[in-house]
Design a protein around this ligand. Structure first.
Ligand code: GRF
Length: 211
């Protein structure tokens, strides 16, 4: 199935420092990513990413999640995203699981980035798990979001070597550099209608399995 978003407006969801959001915003400003950020939403009022969105003059909305059901939070987020006419939702360090209400509101329209080569090391502390397992290569993955945790069809991955003296901090920093590169590349592929989902596989039309 070909993915063809209705427009190039992104909705960013984040919970923390927001470096992936800022990398995407920088690429938009420099003209290397043809997109618009319709709104940045956070469930954490003090999130640095939310503050940075405000500084950049973007629409920045705090939606409290504490003591609320998943569905209640998700419905409010969907309303805000729709109000800003967003067609693709970009999870950028968003520390909440989305309910089926959200997934159904944006079918094949939600992207996530994970700091490991999925399906290895899903969930929290992926860089620590990679180190503890002793892998020689790790990396990052951009994928469509489905109901499985970090389990949706993979759009792009980047491989990062693991050094013998790596700590969580040094490995995370090396991976983050690649995250900042491939997230924008993946968003561009999706917005350009170059992605087709065939079961678990995402085929990219200009360099896909069938050329
Ligand atoms: C990144 O490592 C990302 O892969 C993971 O959460 C972290 C978010 O970092 N999903 P930032 O908030 O974008 O700086």
């Amino acid at each position: 199935m070909k993915i063809q978003p209705a427009n190039r407006r992104l909705g960013i969801l984040l919970s923390g420092r927001g470096s992936n959001f800022e990398a995407i915003a920088d690429r938009i400003v420099s003209g290397t990513l043809d997109a618009e950020i319709g709104v940045v939403i956070s469930n954490v009022e003090s999130a640095r990413g939310l503050e940075r969105a405000r500084v950049r003059g973007l629409n920045a909305v705090y939606i409290p999640s504490h003591n609320r059901s998943r569905e209640e939070f998700d419905r409010e987020a969907i309303d805000v995203l729709r109000k800003h006419n967003v067609s693709i939702v970009v999870l950028a360090g968003f520390m909440r699981i989305l309910s089926s209400v959200f997934l159904e509101a944006f079918p094949d329209g939600i992207l996530n980035i994970h700091p490991a080569l999925l399906p290895s090391f899903p969930g929290a502390d992926a860089q620590l798990k990679a180190l503890e397992h002793g892998v020689k290569f790790s990396g990052c993955t951009v994928h469509f979001v489905n109901e499985a945790l970090d389990g949706g069809p993979i759009i792009l991955q980047a491989v990062v070597p693991v050094a013998d003296d790596d700590t969580v901090e040094t490995l995370s920093a090396r991976i983050l550099k690649e995250e900042h590169r491939i997230y924008s590349e993946a968003i561009e592929l999706v917005l350009s209608g170059k992605c087709e989902i065939h079961g678990r596989r995402v085929v990219i039309s200009s360099r896909g399995l069938r050329g």
